[in-house]
Structure formats: C-alpha cells, structure tokens
Design a protein around this ligand. Structure first.
Ligand code: AMP
Ligand code: MG
Length: 314
C-alpha cells in the first residue's frame, strides 16, 4: 500500500538511498528519483511502464544549478529562466557529457525545470540534488493532480507520497528547446502560453516540426479508460442516458448521468481537468462526453490534452 506523508525528511532519506518518492509540483505529481543514480532512474521507467526512449525532466532547486547539467546555456534560455523560473516551464538544452543517457533517452540534450511548488522546492533543498520526476502515473494514463489519485495509480506499491494538496496549474509543463544552431522551439504546450514566451524572447517560437525528436508526445496519452468523446454540438440524444458522463465548460445542460462543470476560465479549467477525469472515469460509464472549450490561445494546452484523451465527435 502506498503511504501519504508530510514528512519531508523521510522522503529525502529515501531519495538519497536510491528509492523512489512521489513529489507534488505545481503542474502534476511527479515520480521522483535521484537524477544522478542510474539504478534509481531505471526504477522510474520500470514502475511507470515508460519506454526507455522517452526522456525525463531533471528538476532543480534553482537556475544556478543548470550549468551542472547543460554544457551551454544560451542567452535566450537565460532570459526564459529569469522570467519564468521557478515555474511550469521546461527548457531542453545541450547536455554535459556526464549526464546519464538513461535520463536523456540517449540524446545529447537534457530537459531542465525549477518547480515553483513550495513543497517541491523544500524537498529539493532537503535532498540536496536534482530529481527526475515524470508524472506519477502508469504509462499512458491520466496524470495525477492530488495525492489520492497517485495512490490509486500505484495501489500495489509501497511508495511514499509527499502530500502537497491539489496542483495549481494542473497540466504538464510547457517545453521549449534552446539548442545551438536552431531557433527556440515549442516542443509541448502548457499553461505558460506561447505569447508570454515570445514576449520575453522578442521573436516567434518555432514549432515542433523539424526540431529535435520530442519523444513521449504520443497521439493517445492522458487517456481515461472510458470511451471519451469531445463535442461542440451537444449530442442531445445522450442527455437522457444514465450511463453517460459529462464535462462542461459553459452552458451546461441538464443530464441524467453524472456531470461536472469546469467553467470558462482556462486556468481554473486546467487545474481541475485531470481530477474531473479521474472522478468520472471511476464511475464505470459507457461514454464520457466533453464539451470543447473556446479555440483561443489561452486554451491551447487544454485542447492539446483533450485531443490526446479523446476522439472528436463533432
Ligand atoms: P514528462 O512526461 O512531463 O515527464 O515530460 C517528459 C517529456 O519531456 C518527454 O516526453 C519529452 O517530450 C520531453 N523531453 C525531455 N527531455 C527531452 C529532450 N532531451 N529532448 C526533447 N524532449 C525532451
Ligand atoms: Mg506523463
């Protein structure tokens, strides 16, 4: 049985001993291990069932530690760090030779982030090193945004889960690569949006295509086990079915089956999305219907995750 704790020191001791611990961050909960111990990193891949070609993000206590992992920190990366760290931004930079290629999935670049969650920062400080921390869920399932959902994912393990409440951002970090000979590139959307990044960079970000391999961006990901369909036009014939669940963002309609309304603020919606999916997925419904939010830029990351979690109905 996993154990939920608030004891930071127990967690730091386990991490130093090469064991895994679950840590809260402002994006989602992470399955943390000492980034300098290959045997610990191997356990992360094994427990998640994550393929070895999907690299991990190295979590640091502060930006000054970036040079312990990156061989070069280009000016554009320094500007982004100054503006957005600590926060939900991951930077992919050239890796130093001694960085484990287990962490980078064989690549010569490494992904770095300084999380903002106070408990994550306190754990990094108590541990005294860097932590890999991919989302604390089994490969391809929904990322957990509270301790109880982590416990559900790893019910048959004896993991120690450091409780940090509900994640405030709720979606995985925005990922930008800043590599020599290439323009800064947006590899994964997140709630830190493209306009804010471009305002700091003073230039448009290139998109993923043509950039470095950004593994782990499978079309299907973050998926509930229930058949999940997104819609713009309400499938009115399903409103009366008791075994259909609903996730609304505006103009929620009366339904016979269970329904949640996440509202029209993209940040509030994102913070609550995964918990809502866990809740509805647990009800053994035949279908889950999700109303698509508006298409403007503030919803880009939500649309990206919904597209991976579902099929489009209309
Ligand atoms: P997460 O699944 O949130 O742990 O984030 C890991 C994701 O970061 C991977 O699936 C990749 O998409 C991306 N990533 C990590 N390291 C690199 C890297 N060296 N180059 C490109 N993308 C990376
Ligand atoms: Mg993940």
């Amino acid at each position: 049985m996993p154990r939920i704790t608030e004891n930071l020191n127990d967690c730091a001791v386990r991490l130093r001993a090469g064991q895994l611990v679950v840590m809260p961050t402002e994006t989602v909960y992470g399955l943390a291990a000492d980034a300098r111990q290959d045997t610990a990193v191997q356990q992360v891949f094994a427990l998640k069932g994550r393929p070895g070609n999907n690299p991990l993000i190295v979590h640091l206590e502060n930006a000054a530690q970036a040079t312990e992992w990156a061989s070069v920190v280009p000016t554009a990366a320094r500007e982004l760090m100054a503006a957005f760290w600590p926060g939900p931004l991951t930077l992919v930079l050239p890796a130093r030779d001694e960085v484990s290629r287990l962490v980078t999935a064989g690549q010569d670049s490494v992904a770095l982030r300084v999380p903002a969650h106070p408990t994550a920062r306190a754990l990094l400080s108590a541990f005294g090193g860097a932590l890999v921390a991919p989302s604390a869920n089994r490969y391809m399932s929904i990322s957990p945004t509270c301790a109880a959902h982590v416990a559900q994912q790893f019910a048959d393990s004896d993991l120690l889960i450091l409780d940090g409440g509900s994640c405030q951002v709720g979606l995985e970090s925005t990922i930008v690569s800043v590599l020599p000979g290439d323009r800064p590139r947006l590899l994964r959307t997140g709630m830190l949006g493209q306009p804010a990044l471009e305002a700091v960079l003073g230039q448009p970000l290139a998109d993923r295509d043509g950039g470095p391999r950004a593994p782990g961006q499978h079309h299907r990901h973050y998926a509930p086990t229930t058949t999940t369909l997104t819609f713009r036009e309400t499938p009115t014939e399903a409103l009366g079915s008791a075994d259909c669940g609903w996730l609304w963002c505006a103009n929620a309609q009366p339904t016979h089956g269970p329904a949640l309304d996440l509202g029209t603020d993209p940040h509030v919606y994102a913070a609550n999305l995964y918990a809502a999916l866990y809740e509805l997925d647990a009800l053994d419904l035949t279908r889950l219907y999700i109303q698509l939010p508006p298409s403007d830029a503030a919803w880009a990351a939500v649309h990206d995750r919904l597209a991976r979690a579902s099929q489009r109905l209309n």
